[in-house]
Ligand binder design. Sequence first.
Ligand code: SAM
Length: 205
Amino acid sequence: MGLYGDNVLPRVIDVACGLKTVHPLRQRVCDRLEGSVVEIGFGSGLNTPFYPAAVTRVAAVEPADLAWKLAGKRLEATSVPVERAGLDGQALPFPDDSFDCALSTWTMCTIPDIGAALAELRRVLRPGGRLSFVEHGLAPDEKVRRWQHRLEPVQKRLFGGCHLTRPIVELLTAAGFTITDVDVFYEDGAPKFLAADSLGVAVSP
Ligand SMILES: C[S@@+](CC[C@H](N)C(=O)[O-])C[C@H]1O[C@@H](n2cnc3c(N)ncnc32)[C@H](O)[C@@H]1O
C-alpha cells in the first residue's frame, strides 16, 4: 500500500476506531457471536475485549502487518484463541461451511470488491451461520447523502479506500444473506456523513 498505508494508516485507524464512545456498539455486535468465528478486517483487535465466552476460536483476516502488531497486547489479554488466518476478505483460505459466525465492524467500507468478500463469507459460514455486523455507509437522509458523495473521493484517498456511500443492507441482501435484525442510526458525536451506521445480523441460507 505504500509508506502511508503500511506505516501510518493502521495507527490512525487504531486511534480513530478505538474511541470509547463506540464500545457499546462493539459490545452489541460481539454479544451475538458463538462457536468458531471468522473476523474480516480484524485491524488492531479492538473487538477482542468484547468476545463473549461462547466464542471458541477466532480466525482473524487482516492485510496490514502493523495492525496485527498493534493488536499484540489485546491478543495477550483475551482468553479466546485468535489466529491471523488470512490476509484478504475477498479470498478466504478456508473450506466451505467452516464457521458458525462471522464478524465485521467498520470494514465493508474498505474492502475493494465487497461483493466478492460477502460471497466468501457466505461460502465459509455453515448453513444458518450468522454474520454480525456494524458498518458505516449510505445515509438514510438525502442531504447527508449529497455530502457523502462530495466527500467520498477525499475519504478514499486518506483512509485506504474507505467508501462513504455503500448501501450496507442492500449489499448483504444482494449477496444472498437474510437480514434478521438491523438497526440504522447515526453514531453520537460523529459527523453524520461518516456515522450512518447499520448494526445487525445477517444469516447465511
Ligand atoms: C476501518 S478499519 C476497521 C478495523 C476493525 N474492524 C475495527 O473495528 O476496529 C478497516 C480494516 O479493514 C482492513 N482491510 C482492508 N482491506 C481488506 C481486505 N481486502 N480484507 C480484509 N480486511 C481488509 C484494513 O486493513 C483495516 O484494518
